[in-house]
Design a protein around this ligand. Structure first.
Ligand SMILES: Cc1ncc(COP(=O)(O)O)c(C=O)c1O
Length: 378
């Protein structure tokens, strides 16, 4: 660790190999991955389609900049628009979630000429300048990021949103489809629909951050589609590349593109697009959204066997399992004694579960048994 800037607390485990929901460390010990490295693994670790697509592409051309024609970028944009139900939207590609939100906020501001943003309590949108400014965690906002104009309001409080918009200086509202880091809270259908109408009436851009909740994880392509609304801009990353770094935004036809308005060196490169196309194709071929819904139903059926669980939050395979005690020890036991990776959230009683979308009922059985064992020996 001597030469690594020490910002990450780590478990003493070094994964060396992985397949679908299984991970093996450098001692050959097998783990079940119920966290996907912060919800990144969508179709499954080293899925054969994914390995083939990346291998074939890197043998042809891995990278060129956006100053040439890139047919696989065009192929990906068309597939994404069709698969996500946003047929008439265009796509801008970048490299991470924070960068996707940064571009979404920038585009909103270019569009209506305003600069103040409404975000929600406990929101997490990333760590670049504007995206961290709209993140509700003062500890990670440096003075240089603190000059953005942002107001945080409670989730589901439409009157608070209305009052802020009435001041006339709001460029955008940014909201997660389901809050991730904040603890799996989500807007109600009424709230999302009222928010949509309000933004349309007042010329405010509605940005849906689907970086964690998107790409099938909630049981629909995007979590906000459970509420029958459309967003003006949707930001994506995580599951989009199944581990290959790629992010992007879907943009409503109301936004006008012009040369140089947005840009990036690496975004949308050949290798990233090959990875992302294989993810979309595999989601359809392996019927992963259907799998999310049937596995969620099985998870809910089995989870009632554990009386210590007070509540299950979230949707699909983006779940928070709530206890009436802090889960840090439980999480440690799960990984070290039961060989199961899980995650935490800012609410310290919540165990975050973000497995690959391709998990099976047997994987759920393994998780439930592991959780029972860990709870008895706490
Ligand atoms: C909802 C949400 N938005 C944005 C981000 C930032 O993504 P990245 O870490 O790829 O910059 C995250 C990451 O956890 C997230 O969960």
């Amino acid at each position: 660790m001597k030469n690594l800037f020490d910002v990450y607390p780590v478990y003493d485990i070094a994964p060396e190999k992985a397949f679908m929901a299984k991970v093996w460390d450098n001692n050959g010990k097998e783990y079940l991955d119920f966290y996907g490295g912060h919800g990144v693994i969508s179709i499954g670790h080293t899925h054969p389609n994914y390995v083939k697509a990346i291998t074939e592409q890197v043998n042809k051309i891995g990278f060129y900049s956006n100053s040439i024609i890139n047919p696989i970028q065009e192929e990906f944009a068309t597939k994404l628009a069709q698969t996500s139900g946003y047929d008439d939207y265009t796509v801008f590609l970048c490299n991470s979630g924070a960068e996707a939100n940064e571009n979404a906020l920038k585009l909103a501001s270019f569009h209506n000429g305003k600069s103040k943003v409404i975000a929600f309590n406990k929101a997490f949108h990333g760590r670049t300048s504007a995206s961290v400014a709209v993140t509700d965690n003062k500890k990670i906002v440096a003075p240089i990021n603190a000059n953005h104009q942002v107001v945080f309001v409670p989730l589901n409080d439409i009157e608070a949103v209305k009052a802020e918009i009435a001041n006339g200086d709001i460029t955008a509202v940014i909201i997660e489809g389901i809050q991730g880091v904040g603890g799996l809270d989500q807007g109600t259908t009424t709230f999302f629909q009222e928010l949509r109408n309000l933004c349309t009436q007042e010329g405010v851009v509605l940005i849906l951050d689907e970086i964690q909740s998107g790409y099938g994880r909630s049981g629909k392509f995007f979590a906000h589609q459970h509420h029958q609304i459309k967003a003006d801009i949707i930001s994506m990353a995580k599951g989009m590349g199944n581990g290959f770094p790629i992010g992007g935004i879907l943009i409503s036809p109301e936004f006008k593109a012009s040369y140089g308005l947005l840009g990036t060196t690496f975004g949308g490169n050949h290798l990233a697009c090959a990875a992302a196309i294989s993810v979309l194709d595999t989601m359809v071929a392996d019927q992963l959204i259907e799998n999310v819904n049937s596995i969620n139903a099985y998870f809910m059926e089995r989870i009632v066997e554990i009386p210590e669980i007070k509540e299950v939050k979230g949707r699909g395979l983006m779940l928070g399992v709530a206890f009436d005690f802090e889960i840090a020890n439980l999480r440690k036991k799960l990984i070290l004694e039961e060989s199961i990776f899980t995650g935490s959230a800012s609410q310290n009683n919540l165990l975050r579960v973000l497995p690959p979308l391709s998990i099976t009922k047997e994987d759920i059985d393994f998780f439930i048994n592991g959780l029972k064992n860990a709870l008895t020996s706490l």
